[in-house]
Design a protein around this ligand. Structure first.
Ligand code: NCD
Length: 334
């Protein structure tokens, strides 16, 4: 696949070569993300950053990624402050915003909405999460993180053991990540969730068809000795009410004591964030913060690299980023 001018709507678009290419470009972005150098390769370009659902990291990291490549960001946040709340169609919004911008990142609560929007867009659209459906840029940064973290123990994605824990029904990050894992070989995938929040059947079938070994459980005990434990938040916003979500909160807590008892000494802990740190949930306790295998902040940092790579590729500048380099004159402790 050539990335230039393409929408990024689903991980199903990618093969392993595409992913290797994205990761190769992402690694090249490290000096800019760590402020060792600047690049102005996207000087003059505009990102339309449209977030119709709550977000901190994804929205800001899309924006920072674009800024770090020298581009400008225009954004709108929240449904109520947009013309969609006046009845405008996604198509009309797309036609207008795509004439104002060079690329668009978008998040929306409805499954399929970003693809519908892309039909009206004249510039590439990057899906920042469409309801419970997909979150392709998150899955790419998750896989990038998995590859990096496993390499430290001499392991690879092929042949690894990953346990995904929590709300696997509504969690779009685990949906997209599972679909990506189908491109790899011989993975043991453990799915731990309450039965009512199980991974959708079609995704489980895809994992089985890919030849992966599947373990499905509604208990955490006995399933934590994986290479990667990918914890998730109960996706309260997709439940009919807070009370419905409350039934499942706090069921699968992970803290240092449980880690010491059940995980391997080098089990990597991931979470797309935000972790729900309220007492009744506390799915990843703060006492893990000093555990060197807690990768959640490295994971979030990797999001900037991967999103920079996706902008460079979709705008066709991935090979000339260096030609637009300049110095960083300000103090930086990164
Ligand atoms: C996730 C999301 O929005 O799907 N967050 C993120 O993008 N990093 C996960 C979540 O909200 O629980």
């Amino acid at each position: 696949m050539s990335f230039k001018g393409q929408h990024i709507l689903s991980v199903k678009q990618f093969d392993r070569d595409n992913i290797s290419r994205i990761f190769e470009i992402a690694r090249q972005m490290a000096p800019y993300a760590s402020r060792k150098k600047r690049t102005r390769v996207l000087d003059g370009a505009i990102l339309g950053n449209l977030f119709f659902e709550p977000s901190t990291r994804t929205r800001v990291s899309f924006g920072c990624a674009f800024n770090l490549l020298g581009g400008e960001v225009r954004e709108t946040t929240g449904m109520e402050s947009s013309a969609l709340s006046k009845g405008e169609s996604l198509f009309d919004t797309a036609r207008v915003i795509s004439s104002y911008s060079d690329v668009i990142a978008m998040r929306h609560p409805q499954a399929g909405s970003v693809a519908e929007f892309a039909e009206g867009s004249r510039v590439p659209v990057l899906n920042g999460g469409d309801g419970a459906n997909e979150h392709p840029t998150q899955a790419l940064l998750d896989l990038f993180t998995i590859e990096r973290e496993l390499a430290a123990s001499g392991l690879q994605i092929d042949g690894m053991h990953i346990a995904m824990v929590g709300d696997l029904k509504f969690g779009r990050t685990v949906h997209s990540l599972s679909k990506l894992l189908c491109l790899y070989r011989n993975i043991k995938v453990t799915l731990v969730s309450p039965a009512e929040l199980a991974m959708p059947d079609d995704i489980v079938s895809n994992l089985a068809d890919a030849g992966h070994q599947l373990v499905i459980s509604d208990k955490l005990e006995g399933h934590l000795n994986a290479d990667i434990v990918y914890q998730t938040r109960i996706q309260e916003e997709r439940f009919p009410s807070k009370a419905d979500a409350d039934q499942y909160r706090g069921k699968f807590r992970l803290n240092q004591e449980i880690y010491t008892r059940y995980c391997k000494s080098n089990t990597v802990i991931m979470h797309p964030l935000p972790r729900d740190s309220r007492m009744e949930a506390n799915e990843l306790d703060n006492d893990l913060n000093l555990n060197p295998n807690l990768a959640i902040f490295r994971q979030a940092d990797n999001g900037v690299l991967v999103r920079m790579a996706l902008f460079a590729l979709t705008l066709g500048v991935e090979n000339i980023v260096k030609d637009y380099e300049c110095a960083v004159p300000w103090y930086s402790n990164k």
